[in-house]
Each structure stands twice: as C-alpha cells, then as structure tokens.
Design a protein around this ligand. Structure first.
Ligand code: NAP
Length: 253
C-alpha cells in the first residue's frame, strides 16, 4: 500500500536532532523523499543514515536558516535535486539562555529571534516561491505552547513562537487559494536534546517540567511527528492557518 506521503519531497529544517529527526523518520516511513537541513552536518548526516537504514530516501543540506542566502540555497538545492518542494517542516530553533525580560541581553534576544522567527519567515518565503511554480505545497512550522501562553525567563523565545503562530496564519490566508496550506504545531514539553540542555544546566528541574504537564509526563518527539504527518497529508485537506497544540493539556489549564 502506498504511504501517506508517497513520492513527496519533504524538506525538514533542524532535522539533525529531536523533533526534526523524529519527523524525518516518520515521513520517510510514509514514502516521502526527505531533505534534511541543519547548520551542523554531524546530526543531519546521522539522520540521513537513520532514514536510509530504515529503508527510506534522504539527503542532507547544510544551512543556517537565519541567513537569507542559506535559506534560499537550501530551497533551490532541493528543487535542483528533486524538481520541487511538496512539503516543508520549518522546525529549526534554539531555546537560548534563560534570563528574564529585565536581564535578557540584546545579543541573546536578537539571536533567538533571528533563528526562531526570522528563520521561519525566510524558509517560508523561498519555499512558497518554489511551491507557486509547481502548483502548490504544504508547510508546517514549529511554534510552541510558549507561543500561546507566557513562560517566565524566556522573553525572546516566547515572542519568537508567538510570532511563528502569526506568520503561519498570515501565510495561510495569503496562499489559501493557491493550493498552499500553512499550519504549525505547538508542542508541549518534549524530551529532546533542547530540554536535556535546560535540565543539564539546571535552568529548570525535571519535576517542574513534568508537573506542568497534566498528562503526568513529557512528550516524545514521535508524538509531534504524528501531528506534522497529519498536517502534511491529505487527511487534513481542509486545515490551514491552524496552530495544532500537542501538549498533554498544558494550555488547557
Ligand atoms: P533540538 O533537539 O535542539 O533540535 C533543534 C535543531 O535545530 C537542532 O538540530 C539544531 O542544530 C537545529 N538548529 C538550531 N539553529 C539552527 C539554525 N540556525 N539553522 C539550522 N538549524 C538550526 O530541539 P527540539 O526540541 O527538537 O526543537 C525543535 C523545535 O521544536 C524548535 O523550534 C523548538 O523551539 C521547538 N519546540 C521544542 C519543544 C521541546 O520541549 N523540546 C517544545 C516546543 C517547541 P544543532 O543541534 O546542530 O544546534
């Protein structure tokens, strides 16, 4: 039986780790040819090997999504290799150091916004240009529950993720009649290297993170990948401009 994304060309940013890696593996398992982009080759190339070992097709592109020329080259390289981009998962992101609004440095604020918010816009910009030339496409961005509710100590991160939700809605409206759907996922606390870093540097304790999750545990990257797959597939054909919350009921409180 053909997979849900059989033969589709899927670009995944931040595909060298965590949620991006889990999603690359999941969509490849549904027949997609995956282009994995990351700014450090080691993780991305490892994901490529993992996809291939599981019987899928994948390639790696080195790109820093916060730099326009690299985001553009990432999309044009995908089109060069495969002729089009059918789906894109704009997922690369950083947490940045924890510092409250009065103590956050300008440098930290700019860096987080450059990757998490401007990076998503840059990727969408060049992906949409490519998708318009081939008759449409499907974009999923990674926002966060931090884009929906406040979290102390992460002003730039929260602002960036709120911005991703709004970028998603804006592009969904702009291209609704052009066969391009644009959605985002809003993960809760997911056990990935990003969360492990926060635990390692004692920014927050495991108990604080888990107790915030009404479901009583952190999520797994694979549980976000399921949502991304659904948004990319025709099963969600009437869904666009939607922030899909996958969070164990964190924001339900
Ligand atoms: P992760 O394991 O740290 O993965 C993030 C990936 O993005 C890494 O491969 C990282 O590369 C890459 N990346 C960072 N900056 C980049 C840049 N400028 N250009 C290209 N790639 C870049 O974290 P994750 O938890 O999977 O996070 C994925 C996304 O989910 C992020 O947008 C994050 O904000 C979001 N999110 C995570 C959680 C959570 O609880 N984990 C919750 C809500 C939202 P390197 O590893 O080489 O630095």
């Amino acid at each position: 039986m053909p997979g849900l994304l059989q033969g589709k060309i899927v670009l995944v940013t931040g595909g060298g780790s965590g949620i991006g890696r889990a999603t690359a593996l999941r969509v490849a398992g549904e027949g997609a040819k995956v282009m994995i982009a990351d700014y450090i080759p080691e993780g991305g190339e490892r994901t490529v090997r993992m996809v291939k070992e599981a019987g899928g097709e994948a390639g790696f592109i080195e790109a820093d999504v916060s730099i326009a020329g690299q985001a553009e080259a990432m999309v044009s390289e995908t089109v060069k290799r495969h002729g089009r981009v059918d789906c894109a998962f704009n997922n690369a992101g950083i947490e940045g150091k924890m510092a409250n609004t009065a103590e956050c440095s300008e440098e930290l604020f700019d860096r987080v916004i450059a990757i998490n918010l401007k990076g998503v816009w840059l990727c969408m910009k060049y992906e949409i240009q490519a998708m318009l030339k081939t008759g449409g496409g499907n974009i999923v961005n990674t926002a966060s529950i931090a884009g929906l509710v406040g979290f102390e100590g992460l002003p730039a991160y929260n602002a960036s993720k709120g911005g991703v939700v709004q970028l998603t809605r804006t592009a969904a409206l702009e291209f609704a009649t052009k066969k391009i759907r644009v959605n985002c996922v809003c993960p809760g606390v997911i056990r990935t290297p990003m969360v492990e870093r926060l635990l390692d540097n004692r920014s927050i304790t495991e108990e604080e993170l888990t107790s915030g999750e009404p479901i009583g545990r952190m999520g797994r990257p694979e549980e976000i990948a399921e949502g991304v797959l659904w948004l990319m597939s025709d099963a969600s054909s009437f869904v666009t401009g939607h922030p899909l919350v996958i969070d164990g009921a964190w924001v339900a409180r």
